[in-house]
Design a protein around this ligand. Structure first.
Ligand code: TYM
Length: 330
């Protein structure tokens, strides 16, 4: 079976972007691949979270993945910092990464803009740590959303560079999505992608209560001008139709697309429908995740068992890497 790796940062509540960009693929892939999925807690430290929030956030990410349908018996589910082999290989991979190329990464430039008071070295080497997460398990497929595409390209570069300099060890990993192109779920305010940290009203979280879901969708932006017949649909409207394609019955999106075309669309009805379908989608995940989070003993058992399996495979790769680099002396 081909090896798959992917991670999610425990920086807040998981949202629809995380679900449709990543988790939905995790669940399908668990049947056919040898999967390693983890909580990227080291990566989250680049934005200096409060230490007291971390345990809760890590357990929630795990619980929300399991509640969405991930089976810890089928995949290796672990926490990044439980696998110290990653940190050792990361140190070694840093020698192959050039400061110039890291400074050019768009996600780094974004962070420099967003947190100018905290441009730490961890932010700069973020793509090296991410590549290491993937390469240490020798993964070939990495299910991620569109925003991670560039990081995957860098992971391939680092793999190539290592293989070229020291000898063949790493396969070159590809970003993966069922249905080919990578997914980008837009935010409900029509500005950019849905994200954990930005406008709360524009983000649908897997932990949102029913009334919150309905209210957020009711307030979602729709450019009201229906324009002339045949005029292109504005992005704010197509974004909502795209969400319908994900959570509503197939004919619902078709119906509202046609209603746009013949100018009979009623945004109130459309949002009511989407709201109801979204509640049906999110509520069972939310309730299951809540119950799982009560069971700390279970969550800890999952983490421990996952870490053991992740370390077993990781230590093999680390040993090979050290031999090739020439730092295995006995
Ligand atoms: P993170 O924690 O920001 O997001 C987790 C996953 O959710 C996807 N995602 C989205 N997909 C579509 N539309 C959106 N609006 C949206 N928002 C988030 C992300 O693409 C991601 O797949 N660097 C990674 C974590 C990471 C990782 C790794 C991933 C660390 N090491 C190794 C894969 C392999 C990140 O910050 O994801």
């Amino acid at each position: 079976k081909e090896i798959v790796v992917s991670g999610i940062r425990p920086t807040g509540y998981l949202h629809l972007g995380n679900y449709f960009g990543a988790i939905r693929n995790f669940i399908r892939m668990q049947e056919d691949f040898n999967c390693y999925f983890f909580v990227a807690d080291w990566h989250s430290l680049t934005t200096h979270p409060d230490p007291k929030d971390l345990r809760g956030n890590v357990e929630r990410v795990l619980a929300e993945n399991i509640a969405s349908g991930l089976d810890p018996e089928k995949v290796v589910l672990y926490v990044q910092s439980d696998v110290p082999e990653i940190s050792e290989l990361y140190l070694l991979m840093n020698m192959l990464a050039y400061v110039g190329e890291l400074e050019k990464v768009p996600t780094f430039k974004d962070k420099v803009r967003l947190q100018p008071e905290n441009v730490n070295a961890g932010l700069l080497t973020y793509p090296v740590l991410m590549a290491t997460d993937i390469l240490i398990q020798r993964a070939v497929k990495v299910p991620v959303g569109k925003d991670q595409g560039q990081h995957l390209e860098m992971a391939r570069n680092f793999a190539q560079r290592f293989n070229h300099r020291y000898g063949n060890l790493f396969p070159e990993p590809e970003a993966f999505n069922y249905g080919d192109s990578l997914v980008r779920i837009p935010s409900l305010d029509g500005k950019g992608k849905m994200s954990k940290s930005e406008n709360e009203m524009a983000t649908l979280y897997l932990a949102d209560e029913d009334d919150k879901i309905l209210n957020k969708i009711k307030k979602a932006k729709t450019d009201s001008a229906t324009g002339v017949i045949g005029s292109p649909m504005p992005e704010s409207v197509s974004n909502l139709i795209d969400l319908m394609k994900l959570v509503s019955a197939p004919d619902v999106a078709t119906f509202y697309t046609a209603a746009w075309d013949d100018q009979t669309i009623r945004f109130g009805d459309m949002k009511k429908q989407l709201g109801e379908d979204m509640v049906k989608f999110i509520a069972p995940i939310r309730e299951k995740a809540k119950a799982l989070q009560q069971d700390h003993a279970y969550m800890q058992r999952i983490m421990k068992e996952g870490a053991e399996k992740a370390r077993e495979n990781a230590s093999k790769t680390l040993n090979e890497a050290k031999k090739l680099i020439g730092i295995k002396y006995y």
